[in-house]
Design a protein around this ligand. Structure first.
Ligand SMILES: Cc1cc2nc3c(=O)[nH]c(=O)nc-3n(C[C@H](O)[C@H](O)[C@H](O)COP(=O)(O)OP(=O)(O)OC[C@H]3O[C@@H](n4cnc5c(N)ncnc54)[C@H](O)[C@@H]3O)c2cc1C
Length: 387
């Protein structure tokens, strides 16, 4: 933008990772940018808050994998160090410990994906079963993330893909399905084969250390988003909470503003461009309530998409129950739902000195668990952890 050109006004809707990322980049480029968030503070799915007793909680815990270069450069730019070192992780089924992952970056490097296959310690799955995954490598190499590759693989479910490439039932049930449930939040029949291969490539196979993961040492809201919002504001961007966008204004096929409604009168913000960075459930609500968007097929078609529910719990035990590794994925306990648990005494500064173990238990694809009352929600992870 030339220094004399009038500044374009951009409104970004939704202050999660995506909205903050867009706002930050635009503010750095000199746009007049305002981020509108419906909630009381930025955060979205990683929002954190305090319980009435003053304990920090957040909407699930979030891992940062080795390939998250954009986030690692962001924290460098902000001059903060919010992360733990990389941690090892385990996988459990009702039969016990199934898999332990080493720190892949600490092992001698082998050509990809040999390191992943050789260093992952399977406790029960026989080698012959594991070798049945080899033909799948053809699809991983063939899938180059282009539009064509997406079209080729998107019409097929992940379940069909694994079957077609000869992956054994045992390997699918014990390794791939859990990966899909905790990685893409859905069982294989519901995931696109393209999304599944993309995930395998990005998180596991492209480079040996890709599966290594680290954690925020507190809530992401406090440790990353707060300094990030301060930086955005220092650059001239505005971040406004409690602003629920309900409609857009359009003239001559061009957007001219957004409308926020809530308690009291509607409020309007002028804009030359609008970026929606809300989840699909939020976007469907905006489209349903907006005449300008409802009249356009591309927005109406969004009604065909759906969100997936997740249940996040945090338990304070009265003593230090033993948890060998800080991050753990579990499968086979519930037919359609994967879950993970984390030792927060090991991961988060605030819980290091707690007398009892603090454990975060998160359930993915947990639609059927949402109607449970608080008491039932507490007994569910207790029972699963005991298992
Ligand atoms: C339990 C759990 C564990 C996860 N674990 C991981 C992990 O380990 N690693 C990982 O990389 N990812 C993980 N994820 C996924 C990750 O959290 C999300 O992909 C990411 O937070 C999404 O960010 P976003 O900005 O796209 O959307 P969101 O975080 O959903 O932000 C959208 C924002 O839009 C706002 N909004 C909605 N409607 C309106 C409106 N009308 N007007 C104004 N604002 C509106 C919402 O309030 C929200 O703040 C996990 C998710 C969950 C739930």
């Amino acid at each position: 933008m030339s220094p004399t050109a009038p500044q374009k006004k951009v409104i970004v809707v939704g202050a999660g990772w995506a909205g903050l990322g867009a706002t930050y980049q635009l503010a750095k480029q000199g746009y007049e940018v305002t981020l509108l968030e419906a909630g009381p503070q930025p955060g979205g799915l990683v929002a954190g808050w305090k319980t009435p007793g003053g304990r920090s909680v957040e909407a699930g815990i979030h891992g940062f994998w080795y390939p998250y270069n954009n986030i690692f450069s962001l924290v460098d730019e902000l001059g903060i160090q919010p992360f733990t070192p990389y941690t090892r992780s385990s996988q459990y089924s009702p039969a016990g410990l199934e898999v332990e992952s080493p720190l892949f970056q600490a092992m001698p490097y082998l050509p990809s994906p040999m390191g992943t296959f050789i260093y992952t310690q399977f406790k029960r799955l026989p080698l012959a079963e594991r070798l049945s995954a080899l033909p799948l490598l053809y699809a991983v190499v063939d899938f180059d993330n282009s539009d064509d590759a997406w079209k080729r693989y998107d019409g097929m479910s992940a379940r069909e893909l694994f079957k077609q490439y000869g992956v054994s039932e045992w390997l699918y049930r014990d390794a791939f399905e859990p990966m899909l449930l905790v990685g893409l939040f859905a069982p294989g029949e519901q995931c696109s084969a393209a999304a599944a291969i993309g995930m395998l490539y990005y998180f596991i196979l492209a480079h040996q250390p890709d599966f290594d993961v680290r954690w925020c040492r507190g809530t992401v809201g406090e440790m990353i988003f707060r300094p990030w919002v301060e930086r955005i504001e220092a650059l001239g961007g505005k971040v406004l909470a409690n602003k629920r966008v309900s409609d857009v204004q359009v003239e001559d096929n061009c957007v001219t503003g957004v409308v926020c409604s809530g308690v009291g009168d509607d409020e309007t913000f002028a804009a030359d461009a609008v970026i929606f960075s809300v989840g699909i459930t939020g976007m469907k609500k905006i489209v349903a309530g907006s005449e300008a968007l409802r009249n356009r097929t591309e927005f109406r078609d969004l009604q065909n998409l759906g969100g997936i529910d997740v249940l996040a719990t945090r338990l304070w035990f009265d003593r230090k129950v033993e948890v060998p590794l800080p991050s753990n994925a579990c499968f086979g306990f519930h037919q359609t739902t994967g879950w993970t648990f984390f030792d927060l005494n090991a991961l988060q500064d605030e819980y290091k000195d707690e007398p009892g173990r603090v454990i975060e238990v998160d359930y993915y694809h947990a639609n059927q668990l949402l109607p449970l009352g608080d008491e039932q929600v507490v007994t569910l992870p207790q029972k699963d952890l005991a298992g």
